[in-house]
Write a protein that binds this ligand. Structure first.
Ligand code: SF4
Length: 379
């Protein structure tokens, strides 16, 4: 039953390029293609720009091979293809905050070969965010990005403007947390697909508009009755995921996705900034403190207990790893994280993702996994 409550998010997701072009025509502001969710959006918003996260299109393509290796992750290749195919021709700027080397290659190719780019910025965020020096280093880098944007636009970005954009972005994080917390209960009135639409669209829709839509949905949810069988409560784990068809399949064969640890989901919004007189410190610290991507989670693997904690808090019965093929950072984490979850009573399923994914075979794998879970419950 579709009561239309999340249709605005679905439309924003499906028509995201049209939205960005329309926003530009409405505001006269610049649009910036952002690569990786460690990008300090607060700076771009304070500069009057629209940050638009680069997502793939899940279509076969033949444009990236001359630029990045075929054994780079599908998300890298699909992202770069969107630039090379002109899908982001409305974005003057492109920026990457250091995460993994594969995505850095995709960024370098984008800034060299996408003709509509007029400026680019690489933000070298420390990977070792646990280091005592990380915050000081990242503070300096975020400040340097601020100065770059001021020089680019010829306009000052004051502390007040930054505090205001921090407030808008933190409100978005708070509202998304509120929405996701509603999935802790039995028979949640928000499906995994709907939650993904909400978290994904936050990454390319004007935050003020997104906040208004979230408030409307949150106000309507208490009276919602989805009347669908909950089935097995799943958690999804991995890097970027906007494979809506796959998520919908899980929720059509006897499962409900109740939480995730992915950069398209909770890792993007889980923590807010702490109040600071110095807004640059507030921003830099917030990104160092957020739930870590494997590229930034050492020497201590803080992620393992965080993921287990989410599974327990949301009463996930089992977890599915959505592994992007050739993704070294997540592949490196997988064996230990799998063991950590299974040792604590959370069975797992591993699925490898490419640019286009075979729903049929995945369905068979998920249904077989479901059978093992329901059998366990019987015995
Ligand atoms: S972290 Fe993994 S999925 Fe993300 S861009 Fe890097 S290789 Fe690809």
């Amino acid at each position: 039953m579709n009561d239309g409550l999340f249709d605005q998010f679905k439309t924003w997701y499906e028509k995201r390029h049209d939205y960005a072009r329309d926003w530009k025509a409405r505001t006269g502001g610049q649009v910036v293609a952002t690569m990786c969710t460690y990008t300090p959006e607060e700076l771009l918003i304070a500069a009057g720009m629209l940050p638009v996260r680069v997502l793939g299109a899940h279509e076969p393509q033949n444009v990236t091979e001359p630029h990045i290796f075929g054994m780079f992750c599908p998300f890298c290749r699909d992202s770069l293809a969107q630039g090379l195919l002109g899908r982001f021709d409305y974005a003057e700027g492109v920026t990457l905050t250091q995460s993994c080397i594969q995505y850095r290659q995709a960024f370098n190719s984008w800034r060299m070969h996408v003709p509509t780019v007029t400026w680019d910025y690489y933000l070298p965020m420390p990977n070792d965010v646990q280091s005592p020096h990380a915050r000081k280093a990242h503070h300096a880098e975020v400040q340097a990005f601020r100065e770059f944007l001021e020089a680019l636009t010829g306009k000052k970005i004051t502390d007040e403007m930054l505090q205001e954009s921090i407030a808008v972005v933190d409100e978005n994080r708070r509202l998304l947390r509120e929405l996701f917390d509603l999935r802790k209960v039995a028979d949640p009135q928000v499906t995994g697909v709907e939650a993904l639409y909400a978290s994904l669209t936050a990454q390319f829709i004007d935050k003020r508009e997104h906040n208004e839509q979230l408030k409307k949905v949150l106000a309507a949810l208490p009276n919602r009755n989805l009347n669908r069988p909950e089935g097995v409560r799943f958690m999804t784990i991995g890097s970027e995921n906007d494979d809506i068809a796959f998520m919908a399949m899980i929720e059509s064969v006897g499962g409900t996705i109740v939480i995730d640890d992915q950069c398209s989901g909770t890792r993007y919004f889980w923590n807010e900034s702490l109040p600071e007189a110095d807004p640059i410190k507030a921003i830099a610290d917030r990104y160092c403190d957020r739930p870590a991507c494997p590229t930034k989670d050492y020497p201590n693997h803080t992620r393992f207990d965080h993921v287990l904690g989410l599974a327990k808090d949301y009463n996930a019965r089992a977890a599915i790893f959505l592994q992007q093929k050739f993704c070294d950072p997540h592949e490196g984490d997988y064996p230990d994280l799998k063991r950590h979850l299974e040792d604590n009573g959370i069975p797992t399923l591993f699925l490898e993702f490419d640019i286009t994914n075979p729903i049929g075979p995945f369905r068979i794998r998920v249904e077989a996994f479901l059978e093992t879970l329901t059998e366990d419950e019987l015995f």
